[in-house]
Design a protein around this ligand. Structure first.
Ligand SMILES: NC(=O)C1=CN([C@@H]2O[C@H](COP(=O)(O)OP(=O)(O)OC[C@H]3O[C@@H](n4cnc5c(N)ncnc54)[C@H](OP(=O)(O)O)[C@@H]3O)[C@@H](O)[C@H]2O)C=CC1
Ligand SMILES: Cc1cn([C@H]2C[C@H](O)[C@@H](COP(=O)(O)OP(=O)(O)O[C@H]3O[C@@H](C)C(=O)[C@@H](O)[C@H]3O)O2)c(=O)[nH]c1=O
Ligand SMILES: [Mg+2]
Length: 294
């Protein structure tokens, strides 16, 4: 492809993996925060006019869920206004736009997996801002693809996997919520699926614009995920202060946080698997694979 690919959020979990996987075959634009403040709409417009990307992967976001409760202006700028601006530009300039969203747009009721057309009802500011972003993207640019994912982790960056690995070296006991369920998704899997979608687009076989859930098969609680992370660290020979048996399951009510989290974050992934003709791995298989550096 002759055109350039813009990756926003280039230092983030998904951005880092996108760049790693794109670099070999594409000319990638990956501005950092000091090069381009994405909360500055004017600066973003100028950047787009100057560099004219043919593809945009919008992996930038305000992802500090608890801080978002009090930093709503910055949260809205990144999660709602930026996607709207990128989508408007993409529609006007025939740019292929891939955007990322979250399980936190759903209300978390029940235990059944959410469908892409299930009713949304975010419980916190982060979720509200992301939903507003999704709606703006689809309104401004119906051909855009939104991957709605959950519980993203990577060996790089701030995430639950790295937090638990660190705590397991420092603490002899951990208390982890057991009543919030979902599927932990490796950032490298999100990047690989994004590249596949781009490839299909280039082949004239683009998947239809709209929302697609993107997560591994199956589900677990944060407590199950923490146990799996610790077991894996032990297998890899890490020296830990914590034994897997010293992780206790607790209800969310025993772990108060500024932002409320949804209890049920299960995402049905059939739409994406059918559209791309793929089968995604189970969450535990994905964890094993991502640790070996795939
Ligand atoms: N993390 C998760 O668990 C989940 C994430 N998602 C979604 O997936 C996408 C990717 O998330 P993830 O990779 O985890 O995000 P990260 O928090 O790892 O990365 C966010 C990126 O956005 C950049 N950024 C934030 N504000 C600005 C700004 N004002 N100017 C320039 N850059 C800025 C950050 O830069 P800097 O490094 O300088 O701060 C960083 O590169 C997002 O849309 C997110 O909502 C969906 C479900 C779960
Ligand atoms: C560190 C820790 C966390 N927890 C709980 C808090 C929370 O309910 C859960 C996960 O903690 P986190 O801080 O990683 O949660 P959080 O930052 O809310 O994770 C979310 O981030 C955003 C960006 C998303 O889009 C979501 O998909 C989701 O990944 O574990 C414990 O119960 N005990 C602990 O010791
Ligand atoms: Mg977090």
């Amino acid at each position: 492809m002759s055109g350039k690919v813009l990756v926003t959020g280039s230092t983030g979990q998904v951005g880092t993996e996108l760049i790693r996987q794109l670099e070999e075959n594409f000319s990638v634009l990956s501005p950092t925060r000091t090069e381009l403040d994405l909360s500055d709409a004017n600066a973003v417009q100028v950047y787009l006019s100057k560099h004219q990307p043919a593809v945009i992967f919008n992996a930038a976001a305000y992802t500090a869920v608890d801080l978002a409760e009090t930093e709503s202006l910055e949260t809205m700028a990144l999660n709602a206004h930026l996607p709207a601006l990128l989508a408007r530009h993409s529609a006007e300039h025939d740019v292929y736009l891939l955007h990322y969203s979250t399980d936190y747009v759903y209300p978390g009721t029940g235990t059944e997996p959410w469908q892409e057309d299930s009713s949304t009802a975010p419980l916190n500011v982060y979720g509200h801002s992301k939903l507003q972003g999704d709606k703006a993207v689809l309104k401004e640019c119906p051909e855009a693809v939104i991957f709605r994912t959950s519980w993203v982790y990577s060996t790089h960056g701030k995430n639950f996997l790295n937090t638990i690995r660190r705590l397991a070296k420092e603490k002899t006991e951990l208390r982890i919520v057991v009543d919030q369920i979902g599927a932990p998704t490796p950032a490298n899997m999100i990047a690989a699926i994004s590249l596949l979608a781009l490839q299909r687009y280039q082949q004239g076989q683009a998947i239809k614009g709209g929302v697609y859930h993107l997560a591994p098969r199956g589900h677990c609680s944060w407590y199950d995920f923490a146990k799996a992370i610790v077991s894996q660290a032990i297998k890899q020979g890490d020296k830990l202060a914590l034994l897997p048996e010293a992780i206790s399951p607790i209800p969310s009510s025993d772990y108060p946080t500024p932002a409320q989290r949804p209890m049920n974050s299960r995402l049905c992934i059939d739409k994406l698997e059918n559209a791309l003709g793929i089968e995604l791995p189970d969450w535990l298989e994905a964890l094993a694979g991502s640790a070996s550096g795939n």
